[in-house]
Design a binder for this molecule. Structure first.
Ligand code: DP6
Length: 362
């Protein structure tokens, strides 16, 4: 599908009465990372992620018919019960970016009521769940104007709009494993939207666990958007993009064979490669904290001692995602409680597992 295919035409100029939609969209954790992009939100390499289940954003999008259709929509954002002016510029920019694909959005004013099941800006991809929830809300509106659209188009366009809000959000609409970015070995993969991993996944990955250790719940010092831009003239960028695409090719096999030792090697290497890019950017920065490294070393020691299939990955932050198969949960949960939780801020952590993606609630 091309960009033009996502432009909505409203020949009868149908305008809805006032109403609302309610949606829910999860976060995702990348196994092969997206770090580096060009305009308009086109990734420099393909990425792949596990869609999460417990970490999600719920959004109610209230729309009211505007008196004057030529004016910009008036948007009010209420985050966890409180009006948030600070979120408005990003959302307004998103509305401007998507206007060409969903021109009907300028027919309404909006109240966006949104809440997360996890701490905002904690390094858990709140932009992924937040932006995909908003995109899905807008697509729910489009569906009211065009009830005949196919399920496939609905999902692809939801991901397409999500991407224009935040790249990683493109991978949150569906699950449990989603690819975003054109890759020669993955048929139908696209730079424009996420697609479900097209091959049969080995049963060992069913219900795979992700325990997120909240090492630092503060605001990030460097936003992902700034980090992506630093890849534009990064000395290692070219090789990094090649490496990511190769890792995705290897992971494509591993997800089918269930070869967990290889899985661990790819996933941990990707996390460290991402942070190595940050440390070698100009200007350079470090998002890991001392406790991030302590946790990583503990995981390595424990894995060596027990031969269990525990591994870690990192997002653009200090928190550690601990990944392991469901059938090792009992032992690994005990290890996490006894040995890792003390490295978390206020002992906070989230137990998550794979999910199926976003849903329209009403
Ligand atoms: C490290 O999707 O947050 O989590 O497109 O600028 O909104 P923008 O960036 P964002 O970047 C996510 C980067 C990452 C890796 C990943 O999720 O693939």
């Amino acid at each position: 599908m091309r960009e033009e295919d996502f432009i909505f035409e409203n020949p009868e100029n149908k305008i809805l009465d006032n109403g609302f939609v309610k949606v829910k969209s999860p976060s995702n954790i990348a196994l092969v990372k997206y770090w580096g992009k060009s305009e308009p939100q086109i990734p420099k390499n393909a990425s792949i992620s596990f869609t999460l289940y417990n970490c999600f954003t719920s959004t109610i999008l209230e729309y009211t018919k505007k008196e004057n259709a030529s004016k910009k929509p008036n948007i009010k954002v209420i985050f966890e019960g409180e009006e948030k002016e600070a979120f408005k510029p990003k959302i307004e920019q998103f509305f401007e970016r998507i206007l060409i694909y969903v021109p009907f959005i300028s027919d309404y004013d909006y109240i966006i009521k949104t809440e997360n099941s996890f701490p905002h800006s904690s390094g858990i991809a709140s932009s992924a769940s937040g932006m995909s929830a908003l995109a899905l809300g807008i697509m729910s509106l489009e569906k009211k104007l065009n009830p005949d659209m196919s399920e496939k188009y609905f999902l692809s366009k939801s991901s397409f709009l999500s991407r224009l809000g935040s790249g990683s959000a493109a991978r949150s609409i569906e699950g449990p494993v989603v690819v975003w970015g054109k890759h020669p070995k993955i048929e139908n993969s696209s730079d424009l939207f996420g697609t479900v991993f097209p091959f049969k996944i080995h049963p060992i990955f069913e219900n795979y666990q992700d325990t997120i250790l909240l090492v630092d719940q503060g605001e990030k010092q460097v936003s992902s958007t700034v980090g992506h831009n630093l890849m534009l003239d990064h000395p290692y960028a070219k090789n990094r993009f090649i490496q990511a695409n190769q890792n995705l090719e290897r992971l494509t096999e591993v997800l089918q064979t269930g070869e967990l030792k290889e899985f661990i090697q790819i996933v941990e290497s990707e996390a460290l490669a991402l942070h190595a890019m940050m440390m070698t950017s100009s200007p350079y920065f470090i998002l890991m904290k001392p406790n991030t490294l302590k946790i990583i070393n503990k995981i390595w020691d424990y894995r060596k001692k027990t031969n269990l299939n525990i591994c870690f990955t990192l997002d653009a932050g200090a928190n550690v995602h601990v990944l392991f198969p469901k059938d090792e949960k009992r032992e690994i949960d005990t290890f996490i409680s006894n040995e890792l939780i003390s490295f978390c801020q206020n002992n906070k952590y989230i137990c998550d597992s794979l999910g199926e993606g976003a849903e329209m609630v009403i």
